[in-house]
Write a protein that binds this ligand. Structure first.
Ligand SMILES: *Cc1c(COP(=O)(O)O)cnc(C)c1O
Length: 401
């Protein structure tokens, strides 16, 4: 395409970044190759000198992966993108490429489990000072960023309690402290929230979640300015090798084509399920950003166009009650994954957030009765029937004890 920025997101998701081979194929070509050949030795030399444009090796770049990177960059409104093998490869590459010993990182506490580990455990091993703050508390950000910092890492809305960070305010504070702001935008997707427009410098995805969205493959992506991607990130990726496989890039390209359809349907389903849950006896709390009773509803809706695909709710009776509900579900299956076309349910306290410990869970509001539900593409009426039946079964089981 010649002028991709003139197209709307649904169109960019279908056409963005496509480069056709000499065969004029309709679908994106899958270049399942590790290396590339040169016309002659001089072309190889020129490629290594950087005076000729030619693919060298799929660890550094691959035509199918490049189409995925271009398409996602167009959707995000970012200058450049690098794809990685997983979401965690994206988070770790972005942090490790950007930071060095003696640097300082401030992060919101409500991070995906492995992101929390990178900040709490990995970075300090290399002499990087790290500090967690309550992402909802602007005064806490202000205190932490009163001293110079090199990076801020945050997730909004967060997993699993859907806490929201004020992106513009935190970006302003971070920039005054000298920090580069990295946003893990997995829960919102590029269609619901565009962090770069609020001042973020780097946006990170686990493409495993909504971008594939059909439970098939792992992937990740990092988006930022051309200068940061080329000068800071690319040497790290080139030499350490967290690269995305061309096959997975091809799957993810096809995932992007249906992203808007899927996200719109999943958000509608999630909103319906959240409303249903809020009316059920035995459900003490429902967290969903587009519901008026979400503690940060106004901020969430100022930053996001819809509430997202994940609903968190708390059942009365702690872990036994939560387990009883999970075990009584028939259509909705127990899994720690999310963003899939199949609805999936998780008990965070005993799975995704088990390792952070009870004290940290308490700070994050992850009680033993909390359940995270990733809403898929089923008819929402079948989901609410399944949930209603499971809540009833759990109540009967507890009454009989
Ligand atoms: C899943 C997830 C990740 C990690 O992605 P992988 O593809 O599993 O490595 C990071 N952040 C968030 C918010 C996630 O949900």
């Amino acid at each position: 395409m010649t002028e991709p920025n003139r197209y709307r997101p649904a169109t960019l998701a279908v056409h963005g970044g496509q480069v056709r081979s000499q065969h004029g194929e309709t679908a994106e070509a899958l270049f399942l190759t590790s290396g590339f050949v040169y016309d002659d030795a001089a072309q190889a030399e020129a490629t290594f000198l950087g005076t000729a444009q030619h693919y060298q090796y799929s660890r550094f770049g691959n035509p199918t992966v490049a189409m995925f990177e271009e398409r996602l960059a167009a959707l995000e409104g970012a200058e450049a993108c690098r794809a990685t093998a997983t979401g965690m490869a994206a988070v770790s590459a972005a942090m490790l490429a950007h930071l060095k010993a003696g640097d300082r990182v401030v992060a919101s506490r409500a991070l995906f489990g492995s992101c929390h580990w990178i900040v709490s455990t990995l970075l300090p091993k290399f002499g990087i000072e790290t500090e967690f703050v309550d992402g909802r508390d602007l005064a806490a950000w202000q205190r932490a960023l009163a001293r110079p910092a090199n990076a801020v890492l945050l997730e909004s809305p967060s997993n699993p309690c859907l806490e929201v960070v004020d992106l513009r305010a935190v970006c302003d504070l971070a920039h005054k402290a000298g920090a580069t702001v990295m946003v893990d935008n997995v829960f919102a997707t590029p269609l619901l929230q565009r962090p770069l427009e609020f001042g973020a410098d780097v946006v990170i995805y686990s493409a495993t979640k909504h971008i594939d969205g059909q439970g098939r493959c792992l992937g990740g992506a990092i988006l930022s300015s051309k200068a940061w991607i080329e000068n800071t990130l690319q040497p790290f990726i080139r030499n350490t090798g967290p690269s995305l496989s061309p096959f997975n890039a091809w799957v993810l390209l096809k995932g992007l084509e249906t992203l808007k359809l899927r996200i719109d349907a999943m958000c509608q389903g999630a909103a319906a399920v959240a409303d249903f849950l809020a009316a059920q006896p035995g459900v003490t709390r429902v967290l969903y950003p587009s519901r008026k009773d979400h503690p940060q509803h106004a901020l969430a809706m100022a930053q996001m166009s819809q509430g997202g695909t994940v609903v968190a709710f708390e059942v009365e009776g702690g872990k036994p009650a939560a387990f009883a509900v999970l075990d009584a579900l028939r259509l909705i299956r127990v899994s720690n994954n999310l963003g899939d076309s199949k609805s999936l349910v998780t008990h965070p306290a005993t799975t995704t957030h088990m390792r952070i410990g009870a004290e940290e869970r308490a700070k994050l509001g992850i009680s033993d009765g909390l359940v995270r539900l990733s809403v898929g593409l089923e008819d929402p009426a079948d989901l609410t029937e399944d949930l209603g039946r499971a809540l009833m079964a759990a109540k009967v089981a507890r009454a009989a004890e």
